[in-house]
Design a protein around this ligand. Sequence first.
Ligand code: PAF
Length: 332
Amino acid sequence: MCYIRRIIHSPPSTDMKAIRYHGTYRKTDSRAELKTSHGKPVACIIGAGSIGQLTAELLRRRGLFKTCFIDTRIKKPKRVACTCSSINGRSSYRCAKGVYPESFVRYADLLIITVKAFSVAKIIRDIAPHLKHDTPVVLMVNGFGAQEELKKLTHENRLYLASTSNGATHKKYSVVEKGLGTTYIGPLKHAKEISVIKYFTKSMPSGTYTASIYDELLRKLAVNAVINPVTAIRNCVNAEILNDPDIIREIITEISPILRHLGLNDSPDSLMHRVETVAANTGANYSSMQQDYYYGRLSEIDYILGILIKKARIYGIKTPCIDKLYQQLKNM
Ligand code: PAF
C-alpha cells in the first residue's frame, strides 16, 4: 500500500545577479556564478527534478556547457548546493549552481525543459515572453500530449524533443543516479541538428540524434505504460516487475494496436523486450510515478495511461487491463 509523505522545500535566498555582457556573463556580485569566460554555451534547465538534475550533472561531466536551473516560481536569483551520487555509489560530486527566475531564459544558448508533463503548458506561457526567437529548446518529458504545447513557441526551426531511459531519484538538490540508458533527441518539426544540439547529444551517455523522434517517444510511452503504473500500485522498484512477465505481456498486448494507430510498427515482442531492458537497466530505481504516489504528488497518469485510453476509444480498441490500472491509480 502506498505510504504518503509530503516534503516541504525551503530554499535559501540571495540577491545574486548575473548579466550577459558582450557574449559573457559579468559578475555583479562576488557570489555570481554564471559567467562564460571559457566561452562555453549556457544550458538552462527548467525542472530540477530527478531527470533535470541528472541531466545537469551529465552536462557537467562532459564539460561542454555551463549549466544553471531556471525556477519560474522565484523572483530573485539564488545559489544552491547540489550533490550527485554516481550509479555505483563510488563517487559523489558536489557543486554550487545558480537558480534564476524565468526572465533569465533570454541568456540561454540552450533551454532544456524537464518538468512534469502537466506543467509544460504553464512553463511555456511563463517563458515565451522572455525567450529569444533563435534559442534552441529541448523538451524532455514523460508521456504523450505535452509535446503539442511546444508548438505554441514561435521559433519552430529551433524546437526539439528528447526521450531518455535514464533513471534517478532526488531530494531537494541531491540526486542519485540509478541507471543510464539511451537518450534520443530529434526535431519537433523542421529543426536542423545545430551545434549546441550536437553538444547536448554528445553529453548524454548513448545520446542519439534521430529524425524520427516520435517513434522513440511512442516506444518510451510503452515503457512508461508498464513500469510506472505497476511500480506505483505495487510500491516497488523497477526490477520487481521482471518477476511478473504476465502483467508486462498483458499491458503490451493491449497497447500495441493503439501505438500502431499512432504510427509505431514495432512488434509486441520487441516492445516487451524494451520494457524488460529498461526495467533491468534501472532496476534499483523507483519509477517517477512510484515516487509521485509515495510523496503524495500529482502524477503523470493522464499523459501515460490516460492518453492511451483516450486514443483507444477513438480507434474502437478495448483496453480492460489498462482501464483497471488507470482506475486503481485514480483511486489511490
Ligand atoms: O518515469 C520513469 O521513472 C522513467 O521514465 C523510467 C525509464 C521508467 C525509469 O524509472
